[in-house]
Design a protein around this ligand. Structure first.
Ligand code: ASP
Length: 587
């Protein structure tokens, strides 16, 4: 090796030894008589000191001409440092070199390669390999590595077998949009990249693998947000001969193991909440349960007093922002603007302050007597000093808007601490979801999810189909959907029925999923599984909002890799070889 030690390794006990370090110049300070170099590698920083009359003039001459990010090999003696720095693990020593060799010079980097950088997002993405030299970014990837190892250790210990499933598969109409790849050998035909290995992991259960996992890339051609990437990683798992209860316990175990191993936290038993309760109490199927501020439905209490906004509403819902009666007019206007933003879509916000002595002052005083306002206050369990926030409208819209407002209030009141972790299993999701636009039902999870046996009869009538619950579950931590899965259909007839409910003709179902239907005729065991969003899990553990910082080479919001400049056009010759007519492609 070109070095004897790393830049994070040397301590006072090494004093007197001759060592060779390799690394990058973080910075140099030239005070004339003394010159310092901070040499950096993945493991840390070590100070190199060159003193007039002590270190050879030739070596000092080399050191005087170093630039930031030059790659060096430094050989010298470990010495006790004059002014110790106890903030650095190597702060007790320095190297007094008798050789400084430039292994490679470097251009001045376009941004500071330090913990706090002056580089904007775009620049750092373009030079991602330089950004990755920065300790906080590197630490994120180290965390990711450790998570992946811990996942493998835990699942291996539970007899799960890691199997790689193919990346070139078949386009399917359900779910998100597919990325497709033209096939040169099969002109006019395309592979699709997997949105998840769903059908393959189910087939592995038919094959008798019994417990499967894979840390696997998945691809979805969706519009991007801060926590989405066109390619992302799942911890994908499947088990045979299990009930929902077994899956929840096994993967609660995995989550507990990860928290203990990586954060030293004893993770609590994960409470369960039905989808219906989550929607009613928090207006959201992934509620942030770090704080309460639960919804209270006021519809019956407030109607019939001549206030049209409430009288015409399908739902009037309130929350109690405890101790917030002091909010100023300006703050309340801000909250009103917040809920009226198009993404949130409320028509307005009604508030009431509970004053000293319990008198309630509201923005709709002229419609409601003090007695009536007291009933609101009671319903919301309010005390003097509390602020009641109320939204009215069509039930789903009002719930959604209130859910956003609740999160905003939680944020403003500092109730969403990144180091608190509040997990929740959300269970009993609806099997189907109606799309007004397409005038048909879609599978809420995916078409392979089994209905609850006790709800099967509800499938028989169009009036009750929407009420059928699925054996589907999500693991939510701090309002983030960390994982989701279901017990699957393993009966050919039920699966065929499901496809037909989703609007597939028999022929279409056969063409798309014939292989799965066939497999179900050869002894498919009962099975179920789950997939965790690995990037999200990493960002949650790392205390960040965006998954991008936990992916080595991420794409930007337009799905571009600005470093390699992809996607990009391909040559006429390539198009021709792929039987893609250039006339179609040409703008
Ligand atoms: N394949 C599902 C998903 O990607 C997860 C599962 O059901 O296991 O969401």
């Amino acid at each position: 090796m070109l070095r004897t030690h790393t830049c994070g390794e040397l301590r006072p006990e090494h004093i007197g030894q001759t060592v060779t370090l390799c690394g990058w110049v973080q910075r140099t300070r030239d005070k004339g008589a003394i010159l310092w170099i901070d040499l950096r590698d993945r493991y840390g920083l070590t100070q190199i000191t060159l003193e007039e009359g002590v270190e050879a003039e030739a070596v000092r001459e080399t050191a005087r001409h170093l630039g930031r990010e030059f790659v060096l090999s430094v050989t010298g003696k470990v010495a006790e440092r004059y002014s110790k720095n106890d903030k650095m693990p190597t702060g007790g020593i320095e190297i007094r070199p008798d050789k400084v060799e430039i292994l490679n010079p470097a251009k001045l980097p376009p941004f500071l390669i330090e913990d706090d950088t002056d580089g904007g997002d775009d620049l750092r993405m373009k030079y991602r390999y330089l950004d990755l030299r920065r300790t906080p970014v590197r630490n994120n990837l180290v965390l990711r590595h450790k998570m992946a190892q811990a996942v493998r250790r835990y699942l291996d210990g539970q007899e799960f077998i890691e199997v790689e499933t193919p990346v070139l598969i078949k386009s399917t109409p359900e779910g998100a949009r597919d990325f497709v790849v033209p096939s040169r050998m099969n002109p006019g035909e395309f592979y699709a990249l997997p949105q998840s290995p769903q059908t393959f992991k189910q087939l592995l259960m038919v094959s008798g693998f019994d417990r499967y996992f894979q840390i696997v890339k998945c691809f979805r051609d969706e519009d991007l947000r801060a926590d989405r990437q066109p390619e992302f990683t799942q911890i994908d798992c499947e088990m045979a001969f299990v009930t929902q209860e077994d899956i929840l316990n096994t993967f609660e175990g995995l989550t507990r193991y990860l928290f203990k191993e990586l954060k030293g936290i004893d993770f609590p038993t994960v409470p369960r909440m039905t989808y219906a309760d989550a929607m009613r109490r928090f207006g959201n199927d992934k509620p942030d349960t770090r704080f309460a501020m639960e919804f209270v439905e006021l519809t019956d209490i407030v109607k019939g007093q001549g206030f049209p906004v409430f009288d015409n509403a399908g739902l009037v819902v309130g929350i109690n922002a405890a101790t917030c009666a002091h909010f100023t007019r300006k703050q309340l206007d801000e909250l009103t603007d917040f809920v009226k933003r198009p993404q949130i879509g409320a028509t307005g916000l009604i508030y009431a302050r509970v004053e000293v002595g319990g008198v309630v002052k509201s923005s709709v005083d002229k419609f409601y007597s003090q007695e009536e306002l007291q009933r609101w206050s009671e319903a919301l369990h309010a005390n003097a000093g509390d602020l009641l926030l109320i939204i009215a409208g069509e039930p789903n819209k009002a719930r959604k808007a209130m859910s956003e407002l609740r999160l905003e209030m939680g944020q403003r009141l500092g109730l969403r601490n990144k180091e608190d972790f509040s997990p929740l299993w959300v269970v009993d999701f609806p099997l189907l979801e109606y799309s007004e636009e397409e005038n048909r039902y879609f599978a809420m999870h995916h078409p392979f999810t089994s209905p609850k046996p006790e709800d099967l009869a509800l499938l028989n009538s169009p009036d009750t189909i929407g009420q059928v619950r699925a054996n589907a579950y999500d693991l939510v931590i701090n309002g983030v959907e960390v994982g989701g899965g279901s017990i699957r259909i393993h009966d050919r007839a039920v699966q065929a029925r499901m496809f037909s409910l989703l609007g597939f003709t028999d022929e279409e179902a056969k063409a798309q999923f014939g292989f799965l239907l066939d497999a179900f005729e050869y002894g498919a065991p009962p099975h179920g599984g789950i997939a965790f969003g690995f990037d999200r899990l990493c960002s949650l553990f790392g205390g960040a909002d965006s998954i991008r910082d936990f992916i080595a080479f991420p794409k930007n919001n337009s799905g571009r890799d600005v470093m390699i400049d992809s996607p990009s056009p391909i040559s006429e010759a390539q198009l021709k070889e792929l039987s893609i007519k250039t006339a179609v492609v040409a703008k």
